[in-house]
Design a protein. Sequence first.
Length: 503
Amino acid sequence: MSVMSSDKVLPLDQQERKRTVPELLFGDLWEYAPAPENPDFVEYKEQYGHFINGEFVKGKDHFPSVNPATEEVLSHFASADKKTVDSAVAAARTAYETVWSKMPGRERAKYIYRIGRMMQENARELAILESMDNGKPIKETRDVDVPLASAHFLYYAGWADKLDYAFPGATPHSLGVAGQVIPWNFPLLMAAWKIAPALAAGNTIVIKPAETTPLTMMKMAEIFQEAGLPPGVVNVVNGAGATGAAIVNHPDVDKIAFTGSTDVGRIIQRALAGTRKRLTLELGGKGANIIFEDAPLDQAIEGVINGIFFNQGHVCCAGSRLLVQESILSTVVTKLRHRMSSLRVGNPLDKNTDVGAINSKEQLDRIAELVQSGTDQGAEIYQLPCSLPEQGYFFRPTFFTKVAQSHRIAQEEIFGPVLSILTFRTPQEAITKANNSPYGLSAGIWTDKGSKLFSIAGALRAGVIWGNTYNKFDPASPFGGYKESGFGREGGLHGLLPYLDLR
Ligand code: NAP
Ligand code: MG
């Protein structure tokens, strides 16, 4: 795969790097010496099956998972067919009926807490493996993915023995077996968002990681085993979409929790219509990050960078539409270009790297196609003229100006490091434009005026709204969407509700 696939959308006049004012004053950016994390530190097998009833079991029809930064095959994973999913669900049912639903909450809490602690103890290994399998920078896996995933277990451990006090006037009951299907953008974190509340609420689990990032889930299975989690309480089946569908359609599953694309979410919702199964869907997004002329601009630019380039933009709640008040457009674009010039794109295992590899060739092609549509439809492109590694799937941090609301890049989720900049004149126009999306997951508001911030937030149709910050997460805070971004909440007290029957 050529890494230059993004070049076809880079106009020639922009290939030459323009020196920014600080560079002209102080010389070129410093070159950093490489600071690579050592991948020899981690161990993983050449081949994995599944984790069912507390045991690692063999499977068949193995597929490779690659390191997207090097295109090297890391390991092979089996595909679970219906029979394998059957055995995982049966193990989860038995564990539910004989052990987990009977265990007092304070005992369940100890296991959940232990898992969180063991993630901390194995943090370095988990961070390196997550970077290798996913392509995201080690800086992020080390400082965000792993600590936050662990924090979810620690947080929900605290709820396990307090469920009777959590919802006054109602008695909570667990549901039974939860089927969970997760995406590739935050493999460990999405697993934690699903597993921790389900276990705290007293359910057992069959979970499927994404096809391109199953490695850390198998490491988690080792942690479950070492933590002494009773067999069958969490079962992991590997595989592609068909395995996910087998979990969704299994008659003995009581609840489905899905995070992924809106298209697959629709298929699942149709499949479950008319069944007794409970469903939560966390789907795509096209978050509006709104900057008013009275905002602290340097902080806002940091929020824009974090909003769209964090995790290569593979973030459902990314601030992928930047709405800028017209009077400050040129200042914002100049500051953004300057800040982008210090982004370091490349080896995810280098501790200096800000933007790592795109997770797969398919995703790289999808991003390139949508970016091409942006230029074809008349928007103006800027791409960071940095050098990219020769091997692997990389995409230049990109933004578009002169974007119309009808453009595909303003409407569709790109799920990559690509920002669409639009303008507005009045607060009402900002609200109308921000809400002009089939999605309703996230938004950001930047202003010096608290009253304005709250009044705009109240008018936005988005599940998560950040004020003068972006992409901040906490296990105690609920997360979820409106409209085609799905329904149900994960995190906080709200995150327990999808796993409980309140009577
Ligand atoms: P995806 O294609 O929908 O896949 C998500 C998961 O579903 C994967 O494990 C996938 O398996 C599996 N799957 C595929 N087809 C299925 C089917 N018919 N039935 C059951 N499971 C099926 O999404 P993705 O491309 O991996 O993830 C990116 C999307 O997730 C983006 O749209 C993003 O916005 C969304 N996302 C949302 C949130 C949120 O909280 N709202 C968080 C993260 C990501 P394979 O891996 O084998 O395809
Ligand atoms: Mg991979």
